[in-house]
Design a protein around this ligand. Structure first.
Ligand code: CA
Length: 443
Protein backbone atom coordinates (compact mmCIF):
# COMPACT_ATOMS: atom_id res chain seq x y z
CA UNK A 1 0.00 0.00 0.00
CA UNK A 2 2.78 2.42 0.96
CA UNK A 3 4.63 1.57 -2.26
CA UNK A 4 1.55 2.31 -4.31
CA UNK A 5 1.09 5.61 -2.54
CA UNK A 6 4.68 6.62 -3.22
CA UNK A 7 4.11 6.25 -6.96
CA UNK A 8 1.34 8.80 -6.92
CA UNK A 9 1.97 12.49 -6.61
CA UNK A 10 0.79 14.62 -3.78
CA UNK A 11 -2.49 16.47 -4.32
CA UNK A 12 -1.65 20.02 -5.34
CA UNK A 13 -4.65 22.11 -4.53
CA UNK A 14 -8.06 22.27 -6.17
CA UNK A 15 -8.31 20.99 -9.75
CA UNK A 16 -10.61 22.06 -12.55
CA UNK A 17 -13.47 19.59 -12.84
CA UNK A 18 -15.25 18.18 -15.89
CA UNK A 19 -18.16 15.81 -15.24
CA UNK A 20 -19.46 14.18 -18.41
CA UNK A 21 -22.71 12.25 -18.12
CA UNK A 22 -24.03 10.05 -20.91
CA UNK A 23 -27.76 9.25 -21.10
CA UNK A 24 -29.06 5.67 -21.48
CA UNK A 25 -25.71 4.37 -22.74
CA UNK A 26 -25.42 0.57 -22.83
CA UNK A 27 -22.97 -0.87 -20.29
CA UNK A 28 -21.06 -2.59 -23.09
CA UNK A 29 -21.28 0.12 -25.75
CA UNK A 30 -17.79 1.58 -25.42
CA UNK A 31 -14.58 -0.17 -26.42
CA UNK A 32 -13.20 -0.15 -22.91
CA UNK A 33 -16.37 -1.83 -21.60
CA UNK A 34 -16.37 -4.49 -24.30
CA UNK A 35 -17.88 -3.16 -27.53
CA UNK A 36 -16.40 -4.76 -30.63
CA UNK A 37 -18.57 -2.82 -33.08
CA UNK A 38 -18.57 0.81 -31.90
CA UNK A 39 -15.18 2.47 -31.82
CA UNK A 40 -14.78 4.89 -28.88
CA UNK A 41 -11.09 5.85 -28.98
CA UNK A 42 -11.44 8.98 -26.83
CA UNK A 43 -13.38 7.34 -24.00
CA UNK A 44 -10.96 4.37 -24.14
CA UNK A 45 -7.99 6.76 -23.97
CA UNK A 46 -9.52 8.49 -20.93
CA UNK A 47 -9.67 5.09 -19.18
CA UNK A 48 -5.98 4.57 -19.97
CA UNK A 49 -5.18 7.86 -18.27
CA UNK A 50 -7.24 7.11 -15.17
CA UNK A 51 -9.32 4.63 -13.22
CA UNK A 52 -12.04 2.50 -14.76
CA UNK A 53 -14.78 1.23 -12.44
CA UNK A 54 -16.36 -2.19 -12.99
CA UNK A 55 -19.02 -1.83 -10.27
CA UNK A 56 -20.20 1.78 -10.46
CA UNK A 57 -23.86 2.31 -9.69
CA UNK A 58 -26.41 5.05 -10.08
CA UNK A 59 -29.25 5.45 -7.61
CA UNK A 60 -32.09 4.76 -10.07
CA UNK A 61 -32.85 2.98 -13.33
CA UNK A 62 -34.35 6.15 -14.81
CA UNK A 63 -33.02 9.57 -15.77
CA UNK A 64 -34.68 12.02 -13.43
CA UNK A 65 -34.31 10.31 -9.99
CA UNK A 66 -30.75 9.27 -10.89
CA UNK A 67 -29.83 12.92 -11.52
CA UNK A 68 -31.51 13.94 -8.24
CA UNK A 69 -29.22 11.53 -6.37
CA UNK A 70 -26.17 12.79 -8.24
CA UNK A 71 -26.85 16.50 -7.66
CA UNK A 72 -27.91 16.19 -3.99
CA UNK A 73 -25.45 13.51 -2.90
CA UNK A 74 -28.32 11.77 -1.12
CA UNK A 75 -30.60 8.87 -1.87
CA UNK A 76 -33.32 10.81 -3.66
CA UNK A 77 -36.00 8.91 -1.73
CA UNK A 78 -34.93 10.90 1.34
CA UNK A 79 -36.80 13.83 -0.19
CA UNK A 80 -39.47 11.95 -2.16
CA UNK A 81 -37.84 12.12 -5.61
CA UNK A 82 -38.65 8.52 -6.48
CA UNK A 83 -40.08 8.92 -9.98
CA UNK A 84 -39.44 11.00 -13.08
CA UNK A 85 -40.68 14.60 -12.95
CA UNK A 86 -42.07 14.05 -16.44
CA UNK A 87 -40.84 12.76 -19.77
CA UNK A 88 -39.85 14.56 -22.93
CA UNK A 89 -42.29 17.43 -22.49
CA UNK A 90 -41.94 20.59 -20.45
CA UNK A 91 -44.60 20.42 -17.72
CA UNK A 92 -43.92 23.46 -15.53
CA UNK A 93 -45.24 21.77 -12.42
CA UNK A 94 -44.68 23.85 -9.32
CA UNK A 95 -43.35 21.06 -7.11
CA UNK A 96 -41.90 18.47 -9.49
CA UNK A 97 -38.19 19.05 -9.39
CA UNK A 98 -35.16 18.95 -7.13
CA UNK A 99 -36.24 20.41 -3.77
CA UNK A 100 -34.92 24.01 -3.78
CA UNK A 101 -33.86 23.69 -0.12
CA UNK A 102 -31.20 21.11 -1.05
CA UNK A 103 -27.69 22.40 -1.63
CA UNK A 104 -26.33 20.92 -4.85
CA UNK A 105 -22.58 20.31 -5.24
CA UNK A 106 -22.40 22.78 -8.18
CA UNK A 107 -23.66 25.37 -5.69
CA UNK A 108 -20.90 24.40 -3.27
CA UNK A 109 -18.27 24.67 -6.03
CA UNK A 110 -19.71 28.03 -7.13
CA UNK A 111 -19.40 29.30 -3.54
CA UNK A 112 -15.83 28.02 -3.44
CA UNK A 113 -15.02 30.35 -6.36
CA UNK A 114 -15.32 28.00 -9.32
CA UNK A 115 -16.66 29.25 -12.65
CA UNK A 116 -19.53 26.79 -13.19
CA UNK A 117 -21.20 25.84 -16.46
CA UNK A 118 -23.73 23.23 -17.54
CA UNK A 119 -24.18 22.04 -21.11
CA UNK A 120 -26.92 19.50 -21.76
CA UNK A 121 -30.02 17.93 -20.23
CA UNK A 122 -31.28 18.96 -16.79
CA UNK A 123 -34.45 16.92 -16.05
CA UNK A 124 -34.76 18.19 -12.47
CA UNK A 125 -37.73 20.52 -12.90
CA UNK A 126 -38.70 23.21 -15.37
CA UNK A 127 -39.92 26.06 -13.15
CA UNK A 128 -37.62 29.02 -12.41
CA UNK A 129 -36.81 27.83 -8.87
CA UNK A 130 -35.50 24.55 -10.31
CA UNK A 131 -33.53 26.13 -13.17
CA UNK A 132 -29.77 25.31 -13.38
CA UNK A 133 -28.97 29.03 -12.95
CA UNK A 134 -30.71 28.82 -9.55
CA UNK A 135 -28.91 25.60 -8.59
CA UNK A 136 -25.26 26.55 -8.88
CA UNK A 137 -24.53 27.15 -12.56
CA UNK A 138 -23.25 30.54 -13.75
CA UNK A 139 -23.94 29.41 -17.29
CA UNK A 140 -26.51 27.06 -18.77
CA UNK A 141 -26.88 25.91 -22.33
CA UNK A 142 -29.28 23.03 -22.83
CA UNK A 143 -32.84 21.93 -22.13
CA UNK A 144 -34.88 21.35 -19.00
CA UNK A 145 -37.07 18.36 -19.91
CA UNK A 146 -36.21 14.67 -20.24
CA UNK A 147 -35.51 14.33 -23.96
CA UNK A 148 -34.78 16.40 -27.04
CA UNK A 149 -34.34 15.85 -30.77
CA UNK A 150 -30.83 16.12 -32.19
CA UNK A 151 -31.71 18.28 -35.19
CA UNK A 152 -33.36 21.72 -35.28
CA UNK A 153 -36.90 21.33 -33.94
CA UNK A 154 -40.06 22.47 -35.68
CA UNK A 155 -42.05 25.28 -34.06
CA UNK A 156 -44.56 22.71 -32.72
CA UNK A 157 -41.82 20.54 -31.21
CA UNK A 158 -40.25 23.55 -29.51
CA UNK A 159 -43.40 24.03 -27.43
CA UNK A 160 -42.59 20.73 -25.70
CA UNK A 161 -38.85 20.95 -25.37
CA UNK A 162 -36.82 24.07 -25.88
CA UNK A 163 -33.09 24.67 -26.03
CA UNK A 164 -32.05 27.65 -23.97
CA UNK A 165 -29.02 29.73 -23.17
CA UNK A 166 -29.71 30.56 -19.54
CA UNK A 167 -33.37 31.66 -19.79
CA UNK A 168 -33.47 32.54 -23.46
CA UNK A 169 -34.94 30.00 -25.89
CA UNK A 170 -33.00 29.51 -29.12
CA UNK A 171 -32.80 27.42 -32.25
CA UNK A 172 -29.64 25.33 -32.58
CA UNK A 173 -28.45 24.64 -36.14
CA UNK A 174 -25.87 21.96 -35.23
CA UNK A 175 -26.34 18.29 -34.41
CA UNK A 176 -27.05 18.52 -30.68
CA UNK A 177 -24.17 16.36 -29.40
CA UNK A 178 -21.74 18.50 -31.43
CA UNK A 179 -23.39 21.65 -30.05
CA UNK A 180 -22.98 20.59 -26.39
CA UNK A 181 -19.31 19.80 -27.05
CA UNK A 182 -18.84 23.17 -28.82
CA UNK A 183 -20.35 25.05 -25.86
CA UNK A 184 -18.20 23.15 -23.34
CA UNK A 185 -15.07 23.88 -25.37
CA UNK A 186 -16.00 27.56 -25.47
CA UNK A 187 -16.52 27.58 -21.69
CA UNK A 188 -13.12 25.94 -21.06
CA UNK A 189 -11.33 28.50 -23.26
CA UNK A 190 -13.20 31.37 -21.62
CA UNK A 191 -12.31 30.23 -18.09
CA UNK A 192 -8.86 28.76 -18.63
CA UNK A 193 -7.25 31.25 -16.23
CA UNK A 194 -9.81 30.60 -13.48
CA UNK A 195 -10.79 27.41 -11.69
CA UNK A 196 -13.73 25.91 -13.55
CA UNK A 197 -16.33 23.18 -13.27
CA UNK A 198 -18.11 21.97 -16.41
CA UNK A 199 -21.09 19.63 -16.04
CA UNK A 200 -21.82 18.07 -19.42
CA UNK A 201 -24.92 15.85 -19.30
CA UNK A 202 -25.29 14.90 -22.99
CA UNK A 203 -28.72 13.63 -23.96
CA UNK A 204 -26.82 11.19 -26.17
CA UNK A 205 -27.70 8.40 -26.50
CA UNK A 206 -31.30 8.78 -25.29
CA UNK A 207 -34.15 8.51 -27.81
CA UNK A 208 -34.94 9.79 -30.41
CA UNK A 209 -32.37 7.65 -32.20
CA UNK A 210 -30.97 10.25 -34.63
CA UNK A 211 -27.53 10.85 -36.09
CA UNK A 212 -25.96 13.05 -38.73
CA UNK A 213 -24.31 11.79 -41.93
CA UNK A 214 -20.80 12.40 -40.62
CA UNK A 215 -21.32 9.74 -37.95
CA UNK A 216 -23.65 7.43 -39.92
CA UNK A 217 -20.98 7.05 -42.60
CA UNK A 218 -18.70 5.41 -40.03
CA UNK A 219 -20.95 2.34 -39.88
CA UNK A 220 -21.55 1.09 -43.42
CA UNK A 221 -21.97 -2.52 -42.28
CA UNK A 222 -24.42 -2.14 -39.39
CA UNK A 223 -27.12 -4.83 -39.32
CA UNK A 224 -30.05 -2.40 -39.67
CA UNK A 225 -30.83 1.33 -39.82
CA UNK A 226 -31.67 1.64 -36.10
CA UNK A 227 -28.42 -0.05 -35.04
CA UNK A 228 -26.41 2.00 -37.51
CA UNK A 229 -27.92 5.22 -36.17
CA UNK A 230 -27.38 4.24 -32.54
CA UNK A 231 -23.73 3.33 -33.20
CA UNK A 232 -23.34 6.70 -34.92
CA UNK A 233 -24.78 8.46 -31.84
CA UNK A 234 -22.24 6.75 -29.58
CA UNK A 235 -19.49 7.67 -32.03
CA UNK A 236 -20.63 11.33 -31.89
CA UNK A 237 -20.59 11.16 -28.10
CA UNK A 238 -17.04 9.83 -28.21
CA UNK A 239 -15.97 12.63 -30.58
CA UNK A 240 -17.53 15.12 -28.15
CA UNK A 241 -15.51 13.67 -25.27
CA UNK A 242 -12.44 13.96 -27.50
CA UNK A 243 -13.21 17.61 -28.30
CA UNK A 244 -13.52 18.47 -24.60
CA UNK A 245 -10.23 16.76 -23.74
CA UNK A 246 -8.54 18.49 -26.70
CA UNK A 247 -9.75 21.84 -25.33
CA UNK A 248 -8.17 21.02 -21.95
CA UNK A 249 -4.93 20.21 -23.75
CA UNK A 250 -5.03 23.40 -25.85
CA UNK A 251 -5.59 25.55 -22.79
CA UNK A 252 -2.92 23.65 -20.85
CA UNK A 253 -5.42 22.88 -18.11
CA UNK A 254 -5.48 19.11 -18.68
CA UNK A 255 -2.82 18.30 -16.09
CA UNK A 256 -4.82 20.00 -13.37
CA UNK A 257 -8.27 18.74 -14.33
CA UNK A 258 -10.25 15.96 -12.71
CA UNK A 259 -12.44 14.32 -15.36
CA UNK A 260 -15.30 11.94 -14.67
CA UNK A 261 -17.21 10.12 -17.36
CA UNK A 262 -20.32 8.18 -16.36
CA UNK A 263 -23.84 7.32 -17.44
CA UNK A 264 -27.20 8.12 -15.80
CA UNK A 265 -28.85 4.68 -16.07
CA UNK A 266 -28.52 1.48 -18.07
CA UNK A 267 -29.31 1.13 -21.74
CA UNK A 268 -33.01 0.50 -22.41
CA UNK A 269 -34.16 -2.81 -23.82
CA UNK A 270 -37.06 -1.34 -25.79
CA UNK A 271 -34.86 0.37 -28.38
CA UNK A 272 -33.24 -3.00 -29.22
CA UNK A 273 -29.88 -1.37 -29.99
CA UNK A 274 -28.06 -0.88 -26.68
CA UNK A 275 -25.95 -3.69 -25.21
CA UNK A 276 -25.66 -4.07 -21.44
CA UNK A 277 -23.78 -7.37 -21.73
CA UNK A 278 -23.13 -9.28 -19.52
CA UNK A 279 -25.70 -7.58 -17.28
CA UNK A 280 -29.36 -8.56 -17.03
CA UNK A 281 -32.20 -6.33 -18.31
CA UNK A 282 -31.72 -2.54 -18.63
CA UNK A 283 -33.16 0.91 -18.00
CA UNK A 284 -36.13 1.03 -15.57
CA UNK A 285 -35.17 -2.27 -13.88
CA UNK A 286 -33.25 -2.85 -10.65
CA UNK A 287 -31.40 -5.76 -12.23
CA UNK A 288 -27.77 -4.84 -12.90
CA UNK A 289 -28.50 -3.72 -16.47
CA UNK A 290 -30.60 -0.85 -15.14
CA UNK A 291 -28.31 0.54 -12.44
CA UNK A 292 -24.69 -0.51 -13.06
CA UNK A 293 -23.01 1.93 -15.41
CA UNK A 294 -19.67 2.69 -17.04
CA UNK A 295 -17.56 5.14 -15.06
CA UNK A 296 -14.05 6.50 -15.55
CA UNK A 297 -12.15 8.98 -13.40
CA UNK A 298 -8.91 10.68 -14.38
CA UNK A 299 -6.79 13.12 -12.37
CA UNK A 300 -3.21 13.32 -13.65
CA UNK A 301 -0.56 12.78 -11.00
CA UNK A 302 -3.13 11.97 -8.33
CA UNK A 303 -4.85 8.81 -9.57
CA UNK A 304 -3.08 5.82 -11.01
CA UNK A 305 -3.24 5.56 -14.81
CA UNK A 306 -4.77 2.57 -16.57
CA UNK A 307 -6.11 1.03 -13.38
CA UNK A 308 -9.34 -0.79 -12.64
CA UNK A 309 -11.32 -0.41 -9.41
CA UNK A 310 -13.64 -3.32 -8.65
CA UNK A 311 -15.38 -2.43 -5.40
CA UNK A 312 -18.91 -1.00 -5.59
CA UNK A 313 -19.05 2.79 -5.85
CA UNK A 314 -22.03 5.07 -6.38
CA UNK A 315 -22.97 8.28 -8.17
CA UNK A 316 -23.62 9.45 -4.58
CA UNK A 317 -19.84 9.56 -4.18
CA UNK A 318 -19.43 12.29 -6.79
CA UNK A 319 -20.62 15.07 -4.42
CA UNK A 320 -18.15 14.45 -1.55
CA UNK A 321 -15.34 13.45 -3.96
CA UNK A 322 -15.55 16.69 -5.93
CA UNK A 323 -16.14 18.98 -2.94
CA UNK A 324 -13.18 17.48 -1.07
CA UNK A 325 -10.99 17.76 -4.18
CA UNK A 326 -12.04 21.42 -4.36
CA UNK A 327 -10.81 21.90 -0.81
CA UNK A 328 -14.26 22.53 0.63
CA UNK A 329 -15.04 21.42 4.16
CA UNK A 330 -18.73 20.63 4.09
CA UNK A 331 -20.92 21.80 6.95
CA UNK A 332 -22.05 18.89 9.11
CA UNK A 333 -25.72 19.68 8.50
CA UNK A 334 -25.24 18.66 4.85
CA UNK A 335 -26.11 14.98 5.08
CA UNK A 336 -24.51 12.94 2.33
CA UNK A 337 -24.85 9.26 1.52
CA UNK A 338 -21.62 8.96 -0.47
CA UNK A 339 -17.93 9.05 0.36
CA UNK A 340 -14.83 10.76 -1.00
CA UNK A 341 -13.41 8.12 -3.34
CA UNK A 342 -9.93 9.60 -3.79
CA UNK A 343 -8.24 7.93 -0.74
CA UNK A 344 -9.83 4.61 -1.77
CA UNK A 345 -8.48 4.96 -5.31
CA UNK A 346 -5.03 6.00 -4.06
CA UNK A 347 -4.84 2.96 -1.77
CA UNK A 348 -4.78 5.13 1.36
CA UNK A 349 -7.94 3.45 2.63
CA UNK A 350 -8.22 -0.26 2.05
CA UNK A 351 -11.83 -0.87 3.07
CA UNK A 352 -14.82 -0.85 0.71
CA UNK A 353 -16.32 2.64 0.20
CA UNK A 354 -19.80 1.32 1.08
CA UNK A 355 -21.07 -1.38 3.38
CA UNK A 356 -24.23 -1.58 1.27
CA UNK A 357 -26.06 0.24 -1.54
CA UNK A 358 -29.84 0.53 -1.82
CA UNK A 359 -32.52 1.17 -4.45
CA UNK A 360 -36.29 1.67 -4.47
CA UNK A 361 -38.70 2.21 -7.32
CA UNK A 362 -42.30 1.86 -6.13
CA UNK A 363 -42.87 -1.79 -5.21
CA UNK A 364 -39.37 -2.75 -6.38
CA UNK A 365 -36.45 -2.62 -3.97
CA UNK A 366 -32.85 -3.80 -4.05
CA UNK A 367 -29.73 -3.94 -1.94
CA UNK A 368 -26.13 -4.85 -2.74
CA UNK A 369 -24.06 -6.04 0.21
CA UNK A 370 -20.60 -7.27 -0.75
CA UNK A 371 -21.08 -9.83 -3.48
CA UNK A 372 -24.75 -10.33 -2.63
CA UNK A 373 -27.64 -8.63 -4.41
CA UNK A 374 -31.26 -8.86 -3.41
CA UNK A 375 -34.15 -7.65 -5.55
CA UNK A 376 -37.67 -7.61 -4.18
CA UNK A 377 -40.60 -6.93 -6.51
CA UNK A 378 -43.98 -7.10 -4.76
CA UNK A 379 -43.79 -10.56 -3.16
CA UNK A 380 -41.11 -12.01 -5.41
CA UNK A 381 -37.54 -12.18 -4.18
CA UNK A 382 -34.30 -12.75 -6.08
CA UNK A 383 -30.93 -13.31 -4.44
CA UNK A 384 -27.81 -13.34 -6.58
CA UNK A 385 -24.11 -13.90 -5.99
CA UNK A 386 -22.67 -11.26 -8.33
CA UNK A 387 -19.14 -12.57 -7.95
CA UNK A 388 -19.96 -15.88 -9.61
CA UNK A 389 -23.11 -14.79 -11.47
CA UNK A 390 -22.81 -11.26 -12.87
CA UNK A 391 -25.72 -11.96 -15.23
CA UNK A 392 -28.14 -12.62 -12.33
CA UNK A 393 -29.24 -15.98 -13.69
CA UNK A 394 -29.38 -18.18 -10.57
CA UNK A 395 -31.84 -17.19 -7.88
CA UNK A 396 -30.31 -18.33 -4.59
CA UNK A 397 -33.18 -17.05 -2.41
CA UNK A 398 -34.55 -20.55 -1.71
CA UNK A 399 -31.15 -21.97 -0.72
CA UNK A 400 -29.58 -19.11 1.27
CA UNK A 401 -32.22 -18.17 3.88
CA UNK A 402 -29.75 -16.66 6.34
CA UNK A 403 -28.19 -14.27 3.83
CA UNK A 404 -31.63 -13.43 2.50
CA UNK A 405 -32.77 -12.49 6.00
CA UNK A 406 -29.74 -10.29 6.64
CA UNK A 407 -30.24 -8.39 3.38
CA UNK A 408 -33.97 -8.02 3.93
CA UNK A 409 -33.39 -6.60 7.41
CA UNK A 410 -30.89 -4.02 6.13
CA UNK A 411 -33.17 -3.06 3.28
CA UNK A 412 -36.07 -2.61 5.68
CA UNK A 413 -33.97 -0.43 7.95
CA UNK A 414 -32.91 1.77 5.00
CA UNK A 415 -36.49 2.06 3.81
CA UNK A 416 -37.48 3.28 7.24
CA UNK A 417 -35.25 6.33 6.69
CA UNK A 418 -36.85 7.21 3.34
CA UNK A 419 -39.91 9.33 2.61
CA UNK A 420 -42.88 8.25 0.51
CA UNK A 421 -42.82 9.45 -3.12
CA UNK A 422 -43.59 13.19 -3.39
CA UNK A 423 -45.51 12.58 -6.65
CA UNK A 424 -46.86 9.45 -8.33
CA UNK A 425 -45.23 7.52 -11.14
CA UNK A 426 -46.58 7.79 -14.65
CA UNK A 427 -50.09 6.28 -14.68
CA UNK A 428 -49.50 3.98 -17.66
CA UNK A 429 -47.41 1.48 -15.72
CA UNK A 430 -46.12 -1.49 -17.64
CA UNK A 431 -45.71 -5.01 -16.31
CA UNK A 432 -43.07 -7.35 -17.68
CA UNK A 433 -43.05 -11.07 -17.00
CA UNK A 434 -39.73 -12.16 -15.50
CA UNK A 435 -39.18 -15.61 -13.97
CA UNK A 436 -42.92 -16.27 -13.62
CA UNK A 437 -43.57 -13.01 -11.85
CA UNK A 438 -44.89 -9.67 -13.09
CA UNK A 439 -42.29 -6.94 -12.65
CA UNK A 440 -43.95 -3.52 -12.61
CA UNK A 441 -42.07 -0.66 -14.25
CA UNK A 442 -42.61 2.66 -12.50
CA UNK A 443 -41.41 5.68 -14.43
CA1 CA B 1 -31.29 8.21 -18.86
Amino acid sequence: MAAKRALLGTIKGPPNIVLILADDLGYADTGVYGSKTIGTPHIDALAKRGVRFTDAYVTAGTCSPSRAGLMSGQYQQRFGFEFNTAGAAITHRERRGLDPSLITFPKVLQHAGYATGMFGKWHLGTRDHFHPNARGFDEFYGFLAGAHGYFPLTKEERVYSTLMRNNTPLKEPDYLTDAFARETVRFIHKNKDKRFFAYVPFNAVHTPIQASKKYLDRFPDAKNRQQKTYNAMVSALDDAVGAIIAALRETQTEKNTLIIFMNDNGGPIYTRVQSNAPLRMGKLFLFEGGIRVPMIMSWPGVLETGSVYRRPVSSLDIYPTLCTAAGVILPTEVKLDGVNLIPHLRGEIDTAPHEALFWRNGPNKAIRLGKWKLIQAHDHVWLFDLESDIGETKNLAPTKPKILKTLQAKLKQWQGEMKPPAWPSKPNRRRVKIDDTLYELNI
